[in-house]
Design a protein around this ligand. Structure first.
Ligand SMILES: *[C@@H]1O[C@H](CO)[C@@H](O)[C@H](O)[C@H]1NC(C)=O
Ligand SMILES: *[C@@H]1O[C@H](CO)[C@@H](O)[C@H](O)[C@H]1NC(C)=O
Ligand SMILES: *[C@@H]1O[C@H](CO)[C@@H](O)[C@H](O)[C@H]1NC(C)=O
Ligand SMILES: *[C@@H]1O[C@H](CO)[C@@H](O)[C@H](O)[C@H]1NC(C)=O
Ligand SMILES: *[C@@H]1O[C@H](CO)[C@@H](O)[C@H](O)[C@H]1NC(C)=O
Ligand SMILES: *[C@@H]1O[C@H](CO)[C@@H](O)[C@H](O)[C@H]1NC(C)=O
Ligand SMILES: *[C@@H]1O[C@H](CO)[C@@H](O)[C@H](O)[C@H]1NC(C)=O
Ligand SMILES: *[C@@H]1O[C@H](CO)[C@@H](O)[C@H](O)[C@H]1NC(C)=O
Length: 675
């Protein structure tokens, strides 16, 4: 009969495509109906041939429009719910009953056996159901799993006894063995056949004519005294556990073709009620693990109650991320709302620091502008506009030179300031950089030096290559003279041998340099500080006069100075007395230089001092000069040369200014001696 109906129904389904097209969303893509009577039918359940796994067939009763389990006998079992995720089904099962007539005999009964378990897919859920017996003077129990070999016929017996002292004994809501009793059932029940012991109901027929026993959702049934006379056609909701009952555990089933958990991201669990296994989607996935591709990623961000996130939610495959956006923070972004990274106080502090920083930058820019203006002012004050026109002098930028002014490059130091060695023109040309001390008086001297130097060009005068005027006292860049000063050469502890010829050459050429300045340029220049320290020697001992800081341009014949210039010992005594500095003052100083050059004795040496203080007796002095000549050269030289030298020196040192020779004259005579 059911098979015939099924065939009929299939025929109906196949024969009337209109029916399926009328409810297209009730149809699954492969043509199987997936809904019946509002109940979702998913694989392994299915309606119609080829739509279900063996044992999971559902029949959609066309007349009532409700799904029922297939394969049941006696009465049909309507289905309320088929859950894939929990592997449960909720069905309606009939109540078992037995009723008494006035002769105290059971005149009608129903044992409630439905035989729904033909393919053993289902087990009665012991966790969700209970056995309830209703009646006064009733002992009801179920027997399950026929077990022919043993003393008793069944493997399970479960039941309880209920009694009522009188018609008022039973109370609504209390199923406590007065009118109603209930009992837990064991797992593994595959069927249910209720039995009642027959006790007399004679005195209770008016309020309790029948015994009832039924399985029911343990949360669904509440006893009412009216149930002592309940409708015999009543059905009760019962949970069934279903599973893939292939007699296999997960581990075994996985190796089989029949393995039911076919979706990716699905897991297998051994059944907790009966043999076999159930499938579940992995964590983070939802859907039907029994069909290929059935488990799909859960977009957790859409289910805030299940997957909490108080920050920014990102769905990932199988999971989700919950973070605070950058600059915000939370100890637990899932449950604690995100807050800005730092509190208000920190913000204020940061703001204040930021403000100060901006002020500092503004100040820096102002200072920079000031510095620039200052540099321009210096440039102007230092004669920049004039010097700019002298194309012999290169004007250096402050930055160009600054890098060379390191302590490691310092080659000399003195009252005037410091001298550094460096290279210009792509590191090819060595230069000496003179960085004066910042001193207003000296400042004038250096400006003076620049202007003077810019006018002279002679091989015996140190060449000024350029200068930097962007500082308050100009920095001067000279050609580098490798052998240092004559003072150093003469008096250094490791005495460099200097033969007569070299000394004469140094003398003659120094004189030439000075003579050039005195008489060969349009506006004569007086050096003002002639001394061995200011005569530099290059690698070939060619002398170069340096340090024009104290020089004076002679615009008129004579020049008075208010301050004493030059160096004690080399200074013209006449100038000290009168304050009148002339070219003859340079000549006097040069005389002392010659004395030092040929005796190799310092000007402060007592012998020299005696000599310089005793100039009234020419002959004695001349003899004294010759006696003091450096023995290193006296041996090889002819006495005549020394006589002539002594003569020149004496003339230069003459206290009568007018009797001193001109520098050009001195140069010529020394040149003669050299020959
Ligand atoms: C359609 O039916 C097939 C076979 O019965 C089943 O595997 C599949 O899950 C169903 N599709 C949907 C979307 O329910
Ligand atoms: C469908 O429901 C009707 C009415 O309840 C019933 O008579 C019939 O037997 C049912 N069919 C099946 C296949 O259960
Ligand atoms: C009670 O039921 C039994 C069994 O069906 C029957 O034999 C008996 O006649 C009934 N008694 C009355 C009073 O109906
Ligand atoms: C039991 O029923 C009798 C008769 O109705 C009554 O007299 C008695 O009080 C009842 N006992 C209890 C404990 O309810
Ligand atoms: C019991 O189940 C029925 C049918 O599913 C339902 O209508 C009813 O509300 C349920 N009762 C309780 C108390 O859950
Ligand atoms: C119970 O069902 C039967 C047939 O299925 C019907 O004849 C009877 O009237 C019903 N009883 C009640 C109380 O509904
Ligand atoms: C399950 O195993 C039992 C014995 O272990 C066997 O009797 C039964 O036929 C098996 N059932 C299936 C469906 O394989
Ligand atoms: C399958 O997953 C659901 C939801 O994650 C869970 O409620 C259920 O208990 C799981 N079933 C098994 C057998 O682990």
């Amino acid at each position: 009969m059911p098979t015939a109906l099924k065939a009929l129904m299939l025929c109906l389904l196949l024969a009337s495509p209109m029916a399926s097209s009328a409810t297209p969303d009730a149809m699954n893509i492969t043509g199987c109906p997936d809904i019946c009577g509002g109940i979702s039918i998913q694989y392994p359940f299915g309606i119609g041939a080829g739509c279900f796994r063996h044992g999971f067939e559902i029949i959609c009763n066309q007349t009532t429009g409700t799904p029922v389990l297939a394969g049941t006998t006696k009465s049909s079992v309507p289905v309320n719910l088929l859950s894939i995720t929990t592997a449960e089904a909720r069905v309606m099962l009939p109540v078992a009953w037995a009723c008494f007539n006035s002769s105290d005999q059971v005149y009608a009964d129903n044992d409630g056996d439905v035989h729904f378990n033909g393919d053993e897919v289902y087990r009665i859920s012991n966790t969700h159901n209970q056995l309830v017996v209703v009646g006064c003077n009733t002992l009801g129990y179920t027997r399950s799993q026929r077990n022919e070999g043993s003393d008793y016929l069944y493997a399970y017996y479960a039941g309880c006894m209920s009694y009522c002292n009188n018609s008022h004994s039973a109370v609504d809501g209390a199923c406590a063995s007065i009118g109603c009793c209930h009992v837990d059932i064991p797992p593994g029940l595959t069927d249910n056949r209720m039995t009642f012991e027959v006790y007399s109901h004679k005195t209770k027929l008016d309020y309790s004519p029948c015994n009832y026993a039924f399985l029911v959702d343990r949360n669904n049934y509440t006893f009412h005294t009216a149930d002592l006379q309940m409708n015999l056609n009543r059905t009760m909701p019962v949970w069934l556990d279903w599973a893939i009952r292939d007699n296999l555990t997960c581990d075994e089933a996985k190796k089989e073709q029949s393995y039911a958990c076919v979706s990716t991201n699905s897991n297998c669990h051994d059944s907790s009620n009966g043999p076999g296994y159930v499938c579940n989607c992995s964590n983070g996935y939802q859907g039907n693990p029994y069909i290929a591709g059935g488990c799909t990623d859960i977009n957790e961000c859409e289910y805030k109650e299940l997957y909490p996130c108080r920050g920014v939610c990102w769905n990932t495959l199988g999971s989700y991320e919950c973070k605070c956006r950058s600059g915000w923070d939370s100890a637990d972004p899932l449950h604690i709302p995100c807050n800005p990274n730092f509190p208000l106080a920190a913000k204020i502090v940061t703001g204040a620091i930021g403000g100060l920083f901006i002020i500092a930058i503004v100040l820096f820019i102002i200072l920079l502008g000031k510095e620039k203006r200052k540099m321009k002012e210096f440039f102007r004050k230092n004669g920049g506009p004039i010097i700019e026109k002298v194309n012999k002098i290169k004007l250096f930028k402050k930055e160009e030179l600054e890098q060379m002014l390191k302590t490691s490059n310092c080659i000399g130091q003195g009252g005037f300031g410091e001298v550094y060695m460096g290279y210009i023109r792509d590191q090819t040309q060595p230069v000496a950089i003179k960085k004066p001390k910042i001193d207003v008086k000296l400042a004038n001297q250096f400006a003076n030096e620049v202007i003077i130097q810019s006018r002279v060009l002679h091989k015996n005068i140190v060449n000024l290559i350029g200068c930097c005027l962007e500082v308050d006292v100009p920095i001067l860049v000279y050609e580098y003279v490798s052998n240092g000063s004559l003072d150093k050469i003469l008096h250094d502890s490791n005495r460099v041998p200097l033969d007569l010829e070299i000394r004469l050459q140094i003398a003659a050429q120094s004189a030439k340099g000075l003579a050039y300045m005195h008489s060969e340029i349009t506006t004569p220049i007086l050096h003002g500080d002639v001394k061995p320290a200011n005569i530099l020697l290059n690698e070939d001992f060619v002398p170069k006069i340096s340090d024009f800081g104290t020089s004076r341009m002679i615009t008129i014949e004579e020049h008075y100075t208010s301050t004493i210039i030059g160096n004690w010992g080399y200074m013209d005594p006449e100038y000290v007395q009168t304050g009148l500095y002339t070219s003859k003052s340079d000549v006097y100083s040069f005389g002392v230089v010659l004395l030092e050059l040929f005796t190799r004795k310092k000007v402060l040496d007592p012998d020299i001092n005696v000599l310089l203080g005793n100039f009234y007796d020419r002959q004695t002095t001349k003899k004294g000069v010759i006696e003091l000549i450096d023995p290193e050269i006296s041996a090889e030289g002819t006495i005549g040369i020394f006589h002539s030298l002594a003569e020149i020196i004496l003339e230069c040192l003459n206290l009568h200014v007018e009797l001193r020779p001109q520098m050009a004259d001195v140069a010529e005579r020394l040149q003669c001696l050299l020959k």
